[in-house]
Design a binder for this molecule. Sequence first.
Ligand SMILES: NC(=O)c1ccc[n+]([C@@H]2O[C@H](COP(=O)([O-])OP(=O)(O)OC[C@H]3O[C@@H](n4cnc5c(N)ncnc54)[C@H](OP(=O)(O)O)[C@@H]3O)[C@@H](O)[C@H]2O)c1
Length: 309
Amino acid sequence: MAILLDTDAEADAWRTALAGLDPTLEIRSWPEVGDPREIEFALVWRPRTPDFAAFPLLRGIFNLGAGVERLLKRRDLPESVPIIRLVDPVGLTGPMTEYVLWQVLRLHRRGPELEAMQREKRWDELTYPLARDRRVGILGQGVLGSDAAARLIALDFDVAGWSRRPKPLPGGRNFAGEAELPAFLARSEILVVLLPLTADTAGLHDARRFALLPRGAGIVNAARGGIIVDADLLAALDSGQIGHATLDVFHEEPLPAGHPFWTHPQVTVTPHVASLTHAETAAPIVLAGIAALRAGRQPADTVDRKTGY
Ligand SMILES: NC(=O)c1ccc[n+]([C@@H]2O[C@H](COP(=O)([O-])OP(=O)(O)OC[C@H]3O[C@@H](n4cnc5c(N)ncnc54)[C@H](OP(=O)(O)O)[C@@H]3O)[C@@H](O)[C@H]2O)c1
């Protein structure tokens, strides 16, 4: 039996990492699929495989990243085949937490204003609240949101998390579901988006939601561009309702050259680099998932196709 490797990113690194862990693995890199009846598992990121139903003995599809919205849009995923997303504490969660800390600290300490002051050779003693008085809201208290929240709490920030179902947030406060979203937003001076893009979260942040934030709030979107309505964000920035937006993800990527985000003085753009998959740390996790499926167990990070994450 063989493993199909169909990724448009770091394919060589994946081959090396997998072969280094288990030299007996037969890895077939797209498009060299061979006999489709021999494909037991597929390891994919933006796959080019036209039809997963063509692999009759497929036992699992491993998404080589955390977000599965693009994969779930496909119509050729056999119902019986589990989809497993990547949860990698060292290679994916840690770097995302670094990004969130970097951007929250930058907004907390008024970094964009200080950077503008240097450009203008202007000396002004900008004040800032203590971390314990700065209210940070993390939208999405999952793998990534929970880790970022814990580290912000360790830095003494006043942190709240928002999830679909209620769950504890040690040292902070949890809000859950649509009903508690307005109260959560009302206290979020810095809002970090770490939600999956699903039917429920698409376009969640529109003019109505921006209006619920404290005036001048900062936003960090490290999840998916589709969660935010761009035109409404631009209007909220121009009106001063949002003070600054740090955006790593966009409706269209790469962000088109003419998009107003590129040049807006209150927008920081990073090119979807908040957290990148590292084959070296992720390969053992994928192989553990394969071993679990072979032993008849469902890997912990199996996607729920109904909720979309
Ligand atoms: N920019 C980048 O480089 C980058 C890198 C990696 C990941 N990402 C993005 O980050 C996202 C989050 O990853 P993750 O691993 O933390 O996901 P996760 O573990 O599945 O967590 C998702 C969180 O969102 C909550 N949620 C989902 N739908 C909701 C809804 N309708 N209302 C309220 N809360 C809702 C979940 O609530 P429950 O806890 O109640 O289920 C959970 O707390 C990924 O889907 C991906 O799009 C971006």
